[in-house]
Structure formats: C-alpha cells, structure tokens
Design a protein around this ligand. Structure first.
Ligand code: ADQ
Length: 483
C-alpha cells in the first residue's frame, strides 16, 4: 500500500517531562487536525522534533519517549540545544521568518545559523529516507524544512514529494536579499508539488524561479530539466464544524453548565448591555501588527469620545519566541501602550483594554469568539490567519463583524470583512466605528456568505485537495516525460 508520510518541524505531540516521567500531549493546532484526516487513509509516519532538547534527556527518558512516539506512528528527529539555537531560533526565526514577512531590517544573515539549518534539514531528510518506500508520498511542511525536498529527491527520485509553505513567499526584490537564495530555491524545487496559501505567493515564487534559475513556466507548471513541477494555491481552512458546534453548545447550555469564564463575561455584558466587545487574538509577533492596532484603538477613542465606556478591546497575546530580542522589545512596547491607553481613557468603572499575555484553553477561546461583537485582526503580514476563520465559524447568531488586514492571506477569501491597511491607524479607527454601528441585517448578510465559504473549504477539504494534487502530478509528469 502506498504510504503518506508527513514531515514538519514539530510532531503533533509535545513531550513533557514531569518528575522524570514522560508525557505526550497531543497538539490541537490546525495542521494536526487537518493531517489526521488524510493520515487515517494511508499508512504512514509523522516525522518531526518532539520539542525537548536532546541534551536535557537521560538515556532512559529518550528510550521511553521514542517508544511512546512509535506507538503513535511518530518518528522523532532529536535536536541538541546548539541546533535549536542556530537552526530554529537562528536561521528559521531570525532570517527566514522576518525576511519572508518583509521585515528585511530584522533579517540576520549568519553563516553559523545557515550551516546548522543545512545540517538539521539533512537530519530530517535522513530520518525520512530511512523509512520511505520507493513509491511513497511525503508531505513536507513549512519554512523550517525548505531544503529537504531536494535532499530526498536526490536519493529517492521515485518518491512523490509535496511541499506546503504556511507563511508568505515574498516578492523577488525581497527574496533576492537572501545570501543562500539559490540553495533555498533549489531545495524547494526538489518537490513535485509546491503549495502556497494564495495565488500572490505562487506568483512571487514563479518570478524568483524565472529570474534566478531560468526555468520555463507554463501556467502553473515549472518545466524543470528532469521533470514537471506543479505549483498551486491551497488556502488552508479550519475544522469549521468543531468551532461551530462548540459555540452552538454555548447557546444551549443551562446556567449551571456555564463555565466561570462565560459567567464572568455575561455579568460584564449585563452591567452595560449596549457595550460592544472587540476581540484581538494573536501570537505575540511583530508580524501581527499589535502596536498599530493599539494606536488605532486609541485614535478611535480619541476621535469618538461618545464611545468611551461603551467599547472594550479584549486583547489576547500568546507568548511566542521570547528568547529572540525583537520579540522581547515588542512585548515591552505592547505592555507600555496598553498601560498608556488604559491610563488615558480609563476610569474607576472603565478599562478600555483587557490584556491577557498567555495561551487560552480551546473552550475559553470559543467563549470569546462567541461573545465578542467584532474581531480586529490587523497583521502587517500573515500567510493566512486562521483566527479570522475561527471567529466566523464560532458565530451562531449570524452577526458579528471582522476587520481584517489586506496583508493577511485570509483577506483573499474573506471579502465581506471590512478590509484595512494595517499601517493606517485612522483607517482602522474608522473601520472600528463602522463595525460597531453596522446594521444587524448587513452584518447577517456578510456573515452568512463568510460562513458558507469557510464551511465549504474546511481543513479536511484543504488536506484532501493537496493529496489529490500529489496524485495528479504523477500523471502530468508521466505525460511530460513521454513528450
Ligand atoms: P500563526 O502565525 O500561528 O500560524 P494563525 O493562523 O492565526 O497564526 O494561527 C494561530 C492559532 O493559534 C489559531 O488556531 C488560534 O486559535 C490559536 N491561538 C491564538 N491565540 C491563542 C491563545 N491566546 N490561546 C490559545 N490559542 C491561541 C502560521 C502562519 C499563519 C497561517 C498558519 C496556518 O503564520 O499565517 O495561517 O500558520 O498555515
């Protein structure tokens, strides 16, 4: 039987070490959910880093961890502290992440980080090569593993390799800044199918391939000397029904079934029923546009004093990559801005911004999506942005408004949202006013269309379409080779 293997930086489990005991915690992220659906149909393994550094484990812990992961069909790629420092924190998060999100001034070009990136990609490729059969499929994920397609293709050319990039692919003028641009492009071109969230990223990729490598491209086929490579847009979806049903459950639950969190939210809304709640949720990342968003909210309160006391911004920021300096500086800036705005516009009865710097359990996340009138999502760059889709799925009263940055991949699909330029504080302030005063029938009309679309192209459809295209590319390649 043909097998489909998955390769990603992290496994769908996090390993926790409690009092020397090993525990596997399943990941609830979109990728793990989507993959489970295709994973069940094929035999195969998931290859990735279990999330603990090799140097911190005893031999017994390592053996126990490997055995537990094997039960889950997971193959660990163990990384040392030095590797997480140079490969992950270094090349992935200080070079590729800022550059691909157009933060060219943040990108560092460090030869030691690059060397580590090559070595770790080789480790992942070797782990895959040790288990894949000649006719198997392998689906590689994201910017951590850009060199792996070529490394596998060179050793096992008959394997069908798919690669999906979860972040933007930048324009040629930005990509060309990378000292290792040729190695990265050639690494990716080892794949048979390359997927992006949007057509724009695909277009930028084609332009880099044309200008740097010189391959001919017809429609969405790259005509490489040895084979055809298919490139396409696969906008990632979410598990719509999971969010929608969880939210429906909130509508139906009795008073004593309600969580403390829901009761507190309801009490707060009851104190002032015409109060509007605006929700902001992201990882604490400079690409997410959090300082601009806060300044825009301050502009809104400044320009429309009649809404003071009546609008609260609930801002959740999940700690992320806090070992990297730019993230520490961002956290400081956000802390200060929240303090400044609350100090400026708040009083004993009114706190304009509720700020939580932590991860939230899924249930609380749904309760917030369910309770808030507006989602304010204004990244300066974002490959897709799943929060926007989760908010749509969790609206059961078919009302609610989204203010969405045009720089998020999701904007291509969510045309009924209020689209804004995330750098324009005044435009965002106006959008907030428009959202909280939008007539109910207009909200409903927009939300129904959004829900139809997000429901139809969910994460299961996304994963299935990618795998179908892996089948399709095999046929295209055999036609191409017999020409
Ligand atoms: P991210 O940059 O992490 O993903 P996003 O797509 O918004 O961004 O996904 C964040 C996920 O984290 C969502 O599922 C959300 O529910 C969850 N989350 C956010 N805040 C949380 C909190 N406080 N507590 C718990 N969970 C929280 C990368 C790319 C994106 C791309 C995705 C998928 O940067 O552009 O959409 O991959 O391809």
């Amino acid at each position: 039987m043909t097998k489909l293997h998955i390769l990603s930086n992290r496994l769908p489990f996090s390993v926790k070490k409690n009092d020397e005991k090993i525990e596997l915690i399943p990941s609830v992220g979109g990728l793990a959910t989507g993959m489970k659906s295709v994973y069940g149909q094929f035999e195969g393994s998931w290859i990735g880093w279990p999330g603990v550094e090799l140097d911190t484990c005893t031999t017994e812990q390592l053996l126990e961890m490997n055995a537990m992961l094997k039960e889950e069909k997971c193959i660990p790629v163990h990384l040392t502290h030095n590797e997480t420092l140079h490969y992950y924190e270094g090349f992935c998060n200080k070079t590729i992440w800022p550059l691909f999100h157009y933060f060219t001034q943040y990108a560092e070009y460090d030869a030691a980080d690059w060397e580590s990136y090559v070595n770790v990609n080789r480790k992942f490729a070797d782990a895959a090569l040790s288990i894949i059969g000649d006719d198997d499929y392998i689906w590689i994920h994201d910017y951590h593993l850009l060199l792996v397609p070529q490394m596998i293709k060179e050793t096992k050319p008959s394997v069908t390799i798919g690669f999906f990039l979860h972040i933007p692919f930048p324009s040629f003028e930005v990509f060309r800044l990378l000292p290792w641009r040729m190695e990265i492009l050639n690494g990716l071109l080892g794949a048979d199918l390359i997927g992006f969230h949007t057509f724009d990223y695909e277009r930028h990729f084609f332009s880099c391939v044309r200008r740097l490598i010189g391959y001919d491209i017809t429609l969405n086929h790259i005509n490489a000397p040895d084979r055809l490579i298919l490139v396409d847009a696969f906008p990632m979806g979410i598990d719509y029904m999971k969010f929608h049903e969880s939210s429906r459950h909130l509508d139906k639950q009795s008073e004593n079934e309600k969580s403390d969190f829901t009761k507190q939210l309801e009490d707060f809304i009851l104190q002032s029923p015409d109060r509007k709640l605006i929700l902001s949720i992201d990882r604490m990342d400079y690409t997410k546009g959090i300082p601009h968003r806060l300044k825009a909210f301050a502009n809104f309160l400044q320009n429309y004093p009649e809404y003071r006391q009546k609008v609260t911004l609930i801002m959740l920021a999940v700690p992320s990559r806090d070992e990297v300096e730019h993230y520490q500086l961002l956290k400081k800036e956000v802390d200060e801005l929240v303090g400044k705005i609350n100090g400026m516009f708040g009083d004993i009865n009114y706190t304009p911004i509720w700020y939580f710097y932590r991860s939230m359990p899924y249930q609380n996340l749904v309760e917030l999506y369910h309770a808030c009138d507006v989602a304010l999502i204004t990244p300066v760059r974002d490959g897709m942005n799943l929060v926007a889709k989760e908010y749509v799925a969790a609206r059961t009263g078919i009302d609610g408004c989204i203010i969405l940055s045009e720089m998020a991949g999701a904007a291509k699909e969510l045309g009924e949202a209020i689209l804004v330029n995330p750098n324009n504080d005044n435009e965002i302030a106006e959008a907030i006013r428009q959202a909280i005063s939008m007539p109910a029938d207009e909200q409903q009309e927009r939300m129904e269309r959004l829900q139809d679309r997000i429901k139809r192209y969910d994460v299961f459809k996304w994963a299935a379409e990618f795998v179908n295209s892996m089948h399709k590319v095999q046929h295209l390649q055999s036609e191409y080779n017999t020409r």
